[in-house]
Write a protein that binds this ligand. Sequence first.
Ligand code: BES
Ligand code: MN
Ligand code: ZN
Length: 486
Amino acid sequence: MKITFATSADTMPQLKARIVEQDKLPADLSPAFLQGAEASRFTGKVGQLFEGFVEDGGVVVRLALVGTGKHGGDERLANLERAGAALAAKYLTSGEKVLGLDLEGSGLSARETASLLTGLRLRSWRWDTYRTKLKEEQKRSLEQVVVFGAHKGAEAAWKVEEAVAKGVELTRELVAEPANIIYPQSFVERCRERMEGTGVEISVLDEDEMAELGMGALLGVSQGSIRDAKLLVIKWMGGNPADKPTVFVGKGVTFDTGGISIKPAAGMEDMKWDMGGAGAVAGAMLAIAGRKAKANVIGVCGLVENMPDGNAQRPGDVVTTMSGQTVEVINTDAEGRLVLCDAITYAQREFKPRTVIDLATLTGAMMIALGMEHGGLFSNNDDLADKLLAAGRKSGDKLWRFPLSPAYDKLIDSPIADMKNVGPRWGGSITAAQFIQRYVEEGVNWAHLDIAGMVWADKPGATWDKGATGFGARLIDTFVRDNCEG
Ligand code: BES
Ligand code: MN
Ligand code: ZN
């Protein structure tokens, strides 16, 4: 979706949209049009839409009114996003190619305009690559939005948010792609392609290099797959060179069969999105670099495929992690933590960060606890936790905090090794977090985000269609903006 700005309405396309504040219908519209809006009970509630036809300088124009709700309040920007998204959802396959967004007299600030456009852009994303037989009316028609009468700073504000939208789109793309297309190697290649020219520095460790470093847990997961594991590092050093970086670590299991502890067949296809944490990290890095953030941020993605095979690891195997600690692999399906522990150790040893935040579709138990409304947050630091909760509220990628404690920690002690990779059935998301915490080094502020329920949606939401939501990319970007810059 191309979004451009124009100063004169001379070239106003035949489809035009205006925004309407709740209960304040514009007075300059024809009585017939207004009567139509009223008869349809259009009042300008958030995301509500009314369309009709008006005569404008001798030509007939299709005019849409979209509600932005009541002015003011914390929800203002989110409401504008939802209004933009409602326009995209309505006109994406309408047959119209160009939408003229008329903001003359709307009073929208530059930032508010950017939010409206963010909603439009994000809601119009779809991944149709493999749909070769779409009927004409199912195909996307809307290609461009031309904005008229915007605040003079709006274009610059949009440039910033556009970079973020591109990041979210990369996350969605990586998540939406099936596992025969996106596997560790191709995940890396896709990131290289999309990030070319942004100024990020990309490096990759292959299996030999990881073996050299002693990453026995990550490599144990990968052992049953013919696809080689990769550790992808994406660096953006836009801040003061003396500042320690903030590191984000993503679980990138490009397909999770469960391994020898194999999953049931029903729904296993969902496990193509078990790389959603890594996808969020990659998308966020694109956003952060794209808007030239004044911060030092490093993304680390542990990329592996978890397969059953003659060479796969067995339940009961003991692996040695890069940290030197040993793990009894009770269940090969609890593989995410095995990938994360080595990726996190590497990140700490290599980059000496003050803060490490990992994102992972780690446990089904998280979805049982929170459903599809919040990701779970675990942290060893209250201040960091509060900042992440705030970034969640602001970005729309909402989080909810869970506890950690020694009582939970001891549930993963093993009789043969330093720990086992699963605890008892109850509190499965918490024992998973406790496992990861055992790899957090002295003095490091750490948070773990279990986003299992959030990366994929069965129905459309505020700014996404069903499918990949892009969860996490904006959360990270917002956290960096509010806490790591200037
Ligand atoms: N990737 C899954 C978690 C998951 C399951 C995410 C369903 C989204 C939907 C993870 O690797 C896994 O299999 N976890 C197990 C852990 C268990 C064996 C302790 C789980 O949650 O069942
Ligand atoms: Mn698993
Ligand atoms: Zn998994």
